[in-house]
Design a protein around this ligand. Structure first.
Ligand code: AMP
Length: 618
């Protein structure tokens, strides 16, 4: 039965719980809704305050977390306890971020370059998922306080360039914050929804969404036809944004004051003071010609002309991405009918000018660029709530997905920029006679060798009945649902043996793991991996025992007494290995049994083939 809530602010009854839209940003985050009465989108804010919640978390000495404006002041006082730009760490290993490690003034753990990064504050360790969940919890509380109703369902946006593990990490963070994440959508898709583009069924339009936020840059080319949004291509840079504008101002000031980078790294407080001053200068220069300030007795200044010269190369990088996105989309730049501006950094006049010059038309910036994504998420939430049946969203996958084949080559099943949801299947076969298992390793990326790409998951299709090499038909299917979450299935078509996996084990986490995540330490995670490997080895061993038993039962007459004894001994050895905690031993015994049974399998197959041929001759 649906709960009925009363909105104390308006006195109105709310039969159904509202689904909110959340923009979980690198710099700022916010919540928006479609107002149940006015049907207008609104970014939620308390009286006289901003709708933006700084994506900053401060931890006190007991581990208590404060999020938002109240946490911001600690950036200077306690940089080691104050986390900013946590979104840059989502789904990343230390390897991924090590070139930019100096950017973080807090401690990012560098222990095992393969595993997900953790942040250390005092004695405690936090994953980027934990950190994002603190921000989402704060947003949830704020929304509940403003709406006077429980908020448990949300649509959350992510940059178009987020890969599967980053999307999954965002979903997990939502769950940890007590939110049922109904949909993860791309920020540019949300932005175009906020502009109401495609509202009329007759409308057909090609548009570009240029999103330059605090930490990420995305450009997307969208095709809107008859109320259907289709992303033709995306491009961008997960390490380019307003934070970089701040950095070039800091470097300008270092040159001006004679200080060095080392002076800054030895003085985190000064580093943060300069960071905040630089941001202030940048915003000031969006509508003024000069900025001046005094920090630690040094007079610092910068003019708009100097600032524009400094950020010129950064803006040029975004224009290059625009050019690539246009090339990928296979449309002419002239056929782009609207250019939508998203993200606080698009307030910089030089950015607007460069984008409008590139596309050859004025840019569309009428909706507040800080709120436009959250508002679009609210529009999507409204569609999911069944209030707006006009829309159907199609999205695309930003990176290619495939599996490892012989020699460590990447075999792409779903190329980048494919429309999702999608399903693709391809057949593979075994390399060895009697091979009972096939390892399926799933990778994401654009390089030819899997080693250069990112491994998403790995599993074993075990229990393939003994057949000569090349006989089994293993169909590997990739399914991407509307959230961009990948499910991989492998099925041996002759025997029907099948196995599937939702892709997240190596870089994301399973739903069941989320709840106990806060307690899990890095060592614990290693134990889990070892345990999983043992369970997998045992399953494979057990399945091989079963198939061998079946095989012997059916074909004992074709084997000699010695062969039967030898097989029984190998089976016994495997049986014994299964009772021990040693996956390598199990693997060895599986191999030994396979080596013994392979020749029989071949022989039985030959007999079967020749009798079939005899049958044909008759
Ligand atoms: P977002 O990630 O969309 O919240 O964008 C935040 C970024 O926009 C930060 O780098 C801000 O410093 C930047 N920003 C906000 N307002 C302005 C402004 N008036 N001029 C230039 N940059 C701004």
């Amino acid at each position: 039965m649906a709960k009925i809530g009363i909105n104390i602010a308006t006195g109105s009854l709310q039969k159904e719980e509202m689904i909110v839209g959340i923009d979980l940003g690198t710099t700022n985050s916010l919540v928006a809704i479609i107002h149940p009465e006015s049907k207008q989108p609104v970014a939620l804010k308390e009286h006289n305050s901003s709708s933006l919640v700084p994506s900053i978390i401060h931890f006190d000495k007991y581990g208590g977390a404060t999020v938002g404006e109240d946490a911001k002041q600690f950036l200077i006082k306690e940089p080691e306890n104050t986390i900013f730009s946590a979104k840059r760490l989502m789904g990343k290993s230390y390897n991924d971020i090590k070139e930019n490690a100096s950017f973080f003034t807090y401690k990012v753990i560098d222990d095992n370059t393969e595993s997900l990064v953790k942040v250390q504050v005092g004695e405690k360790f936090y994953s980027p998922i934990d950190l994002s969940s603190f921000i989402l919890k704060e947003l949830k509380h704020r929304a509940e306080h403003i709406l006077k109703t429980p908020v448990t369902k949300a649509v959350i946006t992510v940059p178009a360039y987020f890969n599967d593990s980053q999307r999954q990490a965002t979903r997990d963070a939502g769950k940890l914050a007590g939110l049922d994440v109904l949909r993860i959508i791309n920020e540019p898709t949300a932005a175009s929804l906020a502009y109401g583009l495609g509202l009329s069924r007759e409308e057909s339009k090609t548009i570009a969404v240029y999103d330059l936020g605090g930490g990420t840059f995305d450009i997307s080319i969208l095709q809107i036809t008859n109320g259907i949004f289709e992303v033709l291509s995306t491009n961008g840079d997960t390490y380019l944004g307003g934070d970089d504008f701040d950095r070039v101002i800091i470097q300008h000031w270092l040159r001006q004051s004679g200080l060095s980078e080392t002076d800054l790294s030895n003085n985190p407080e000064l580093s943060q003071t300069l960071r905040l001053k630089a941001e202030e200068a940048k915003k000031h220069l969006s509508s003024n010609e000069t900025f001046e300030a005094e920090v630690n007795g040094d007079r610092l200044s910068i003019t708009k002309v100097e600032f524009e010269a400094l950020i010129g190369p950064l803006i040029e990088r975004t224009v290059r991405s625009c050019r690539n996105a246009i090339a990928d989309s296979k449309v002419d730049v002239q056929s782009i009918e609207s250019v939508v501006m998203v993200g606080g950094s698009t307030r910089v006049p030089a950015v607007k000018k460069a984008v409008s010059d590139f596309f050859g038309k004025p840019v569309n910036d009428s909706v507040n660029p800080d709120e436009v994504v959250a508002i679009g998420a609210a529009v999507q939430a409204d569609i999911l709530a069944g209030n707006n049946k006009e829309f159907l969203l199609l999205d695309i996958t930003p990176l290619s997905l495939g599996i490892e084949t012989m020699g460590g080559l990447m075999d792409v099943l779903i190329p980048r920029n494919s429309k999702i949801p999608t399903k693709v299947g391809r057949q593979y076969t075994t390399q060895k006679d009697g091979q009972s298992g096939m390892r399926i390793s799933v990778f994401q990326g654009e390089r030819d060798l899997v080693n250069d790409n990112r491994k998403l998951a790995e599993f074993n299709l075990s229990g393939i009945p003994a057949m000569p090499a090349g006989f089994p038909k293993v169909e590997v299917a990739f399914l991407i649902n509307a959230d961009g979450i990948l499910v991989v299935k492998a099925k041996e078509l002759r025997s029907g043996v099948e196995q599937s996996i939702e892709v997240k084990p190596q870089y994301g986490i399973s739903d069941a793991d989320v709840e106990k995540m806060l307690l899990d330490s890095i060592t614990h995670a290693k134990d889990d991996i070892a345990k999983r490997a043992l369970v997998e080895a045992r399953t494979e061993g057990e399945q091989l025992l079963q198939t061998t038993e079946k095989f012997i039962g059916k074909n004992a007459t074709f084997l000699t007494r010695e062969e039967l004894i030898e097989t029984a001994q190998a089976m016994q050895a495997l049986q014994l290995a299964l009772t021990m905690e040693d996956k390598d031993l199990i693997h060895r015994k599986v191999e030994e049994l396979n080596d013994i049974s392979r020749p029989y399998a071949e022989r039985v197959m030959d007999i079967a083939v020749s009798s079939a041929m005899k049958g044909k001759q008759v």
